[in-house]
Write a protein that binds this ligand. Structure first.
Ligand code: HEM
Length: 319
């Protein structure tokens, strides 16, 4: 679903009819999440020629490059035929390219921006949704309270929009609590210090690779109390703490000038999906908690998924 959302926004259409596209995205995500020895010990880079990583990277690069070339070309041929509402990101970037005389937005830049959206935007949002649903299913009290909020505010209205979502305080608290315990990119993206600094008594020289552990920060009992490991959305109800990068105890999207630019996009996707799923359906897991489908085991990768995909069963809700 999150791939379809990015596809619709970036290309103006879904690619779910094309099995090859899904496989290509899966391989792209897998290669991105693979530990690359050369990142840590550059002179060992030759290992990737033998363990197959170089070959996999080149293959998926060639496939994506050809695919994106086709997409940009299709858009170039239909340029000017769409209304403003129908335009997607490729259309907008092509328009900027036409209107600016310098070559800042060339074809490779357009392809890179769109690729960035897939790399950064679809697996992360999907992972966040899967962890949120897992926690809701593990905590029936939370599910009930959340459904009550959604059902009272929405009533029979089927159209979920940002205005009604603004009134759903408990939904927002549930999403924050899920990000606190399960930041989809637990170690964020590596940074490099630009100057010598001292952090809590430790000297960090200029040009040191710095990795921030958002996962550990979110579970630190010194900040969150003795129930830091517990899923308790109420802790955010009368709190101003948010994940927009101002409160360093909750930074699933990083912070600062290289913080995630997709926060609003990701939050809107999550809110609309959760509200739609919980408004008209009740959810259960085959076998319940004892059935083992609600464990919190994590699988390694850039975005940290559940080890086994969540399997949940919807039942139509009738008031
Ligand atoms: C739940 C969903 C998401 C999470 C948890 C997430 C998290 C992150 C994190 C931790 C970073 C690195 C920030 C830093 O180093 O301080 C990042 C960067 C980035 N994200 Fe997201 N992201 C999500 C969704 C999205 C979406 C939907 C998009 C675009 C459609 C997006 C686009 C980007 C881009 C382009 C960067 C690189 C920014 C740069 O290097 O300047 N992300 N994201």
């Amino acid at each position: 679903m999150t791939n379809d959302v990015v596809c619709r926004v970036a290309f103006g259409r879904k690619y779910d009819d094309d099995g090859g596209f899904k496989l290509m995205l899966e391989e792209f995500g897998a290669v991105l999440g693979t530990v690359n020895v050369a990142d840590f010990i550059p002179w060992l880079g030759w290992v990737n020629r033998f363990n197959g990583l170089d070959r996999r990277v080149e293959k998926v690069f060639a496939e994506f490059d050809e695919f994106l070339d086709r997409v940009v070309e299709d858009h170039r041929l239909t340029t000017g035929e769409k209304s403003e509402e129908e335009e997607d990101i490729v259309d907008v970037l092509l328009q900027i390219q036409r209107e600016t005389s310098n070559s800042a937005v060339d074809r490779d830049t357009i392809k890179a921006i769109v690729l960035d959206m897939f790399a950064a935007g679809s697996d992360t949002t999907y992972t966040a949704l899967e962890w949120t649903m897992t926690e809701i299913l593990r905590h029936p009290r939370v599910m009930e309270k959340l459904q009550q909020e959604i059902r009272v505010i929405l009533g029979d209205e089927r159209n979920v929009n940002e205005e009604v979502i603004e009134r759903m305080d408990y939904l927002k608290a549930v999403i924050k609590e899920s990000f606190r315990l399960h930041p989809p990119i637990p170690l964020l993206v590596p940074r490099e210090s630009t100057q010598d600094v001292k952090v809590q008594g430790y000297d960090v020289p200029e040009k040191t690779r710095v990795i921030v552990n958002a996962w550990a920060i979110g579970r630190d009992p010194k900040r969150w109390g003795d129930d830091a490991e517990e899923f308790r959305p109420e802790r955010f109800l009368n709190s101003k703490v948010d994940f927009k990068g101002q409160d360093f105890e909750l930074i699933p999207f990083g912070a600062g000038r290289r913080g995630c630019p997709g926060i609003s996009f990701a939050t809107a996707s999550m809110e609309i999906t959760l509200v739609s799923m919980l408004h008209r359906f009740d959810w259960s897991v085959p076998g319940g908690e004892e059935g083992g489908g609600l464990d919190a085991d994590e699988a390694p990768g850039l975005a940290v998924h559940r080890r086994t995909p969540l399997l949940a069963v919807p039942t139509l809700y009738s008031p």
